[in-house]
Design a protein around this ligand. Structure first.
Ligand code: 5GP
Length: 252
């Protein structure tokens, strides 16, 4: 098959031109990075799992009316998406204290937060994606006030839905990172969910034991990283097909 034109290569994904104008193909790599690229590894099978988990999440969010860039999964590592203009802000939503908020505010990991908190980081690797205020987002025209309102209300809806979805399979949604994009449709522009939602971009803890089932296993050298991602897929009921796809891939 002829290779498509590469548009962009990120740390965990490659974007290719899609088969039709206005589409892209997201390819999920096995590469993992942390601490602003200082720690790197290849985790065999991670890309297959994230492709499948992100598909599951995007499809279910779409069903409840959250607009997303996702069109369909193409194969075990690729999905077809609408091409969007990425808003250069990472949106983080937290339910339980973990990660950078603990260091910043001196809160104990695992402390439930008084309410869900939405934070913004400026997407800039050279600066280490710094935390910014809503004021910065609009003042520097990274997003309009209307877009920011849409982003916050979509993020809280996504949080409610995903918290329930994961709780139903014994997983606590501690926090997660979202990216949004502008989808141009004729004269109209819509704010849609983009990128991926997977154990790379969420903190997911077993509800009973607090065992980490996410990228913190890689960040903190806890081992069994892909096994934890596979456990998330298994609990969501998508493991059998994913395992078959991974086996097919190793047979190639
Ligand atoms: P923290 O700010 O505590 O490091 O991260 C909060 C949440 O956002 C975590 O679930 C983390 O995995 C996610 N997150 C933050 N920055 C990034 C990023 O650059 N890439 C990905 N994939 N996830 C991120």
């Amino acid at each position: 098959m002829a290779r498509r034109k590469k548009i962009y290569e990120g740390k965990a994904k490659i974007l290719y031109e899609g088969p039709e104008p206005g589409t892209i193909v997201q390819y999920f790599k096995d590469d993992a990075t942390a601490f602003n690229n200082k720690k790197k590894a290849t985790l065999e099978g991670k890309g297959v799992l994230n492709n499948r988990i992100s598909e599951f999440v995007m499809v279910n969010l779409g069903r409840m009316g959250v607009p997303t860039h996702f069109i369909r999964r193409l194969n075990m590592r690729e999905q077809l998406c609408r091409e969007v203009e990425i808003i250069p802000v990472e949106v983080i939503c937290r339910n339980v204290a973990a990660g950078s908020i603990c260091q910043r505010l001196g809160i104990e990991e695992g402390e439930p937060l008084p309410r869900s908190i939405v934070e913004f980081c400026y997407k800039n690797d050279a600066l280490g994606d710094p935390l910014v205020a809503e004021e910065h987002v609009t003042a520097f025209s990274w997003a309009t006030t209307q877009e920011l309102d849409d982003i916050i209300s979509l993020t809280l809806r996504i949080n409610d839905f995903l918290s329930g979805m994961f709780a139903a399979v014994g997983i606590r949604l501690v926090d997660f990172k979202l990216e949004f994009g502008r989808l141009y449709e004729g004269d109209m522009v819509r704010t849609v969910l983009a990128d991926e939602i997977s154990p790379d971009s969420c903190r997911l803890w077993d509800i009973e034991t607090n065992e980490k089932l996410d990228k913190d296993r890689f960040r903190r050298d806890l081992g069994n990283v892909t096994e934890a991602y596979a456990e998330v897929a298994r609990r969501l009921g998508i493991m059998r097909e994913t395992q078959r796809a991974a086996n097919d891939e190793s047979d190639l």
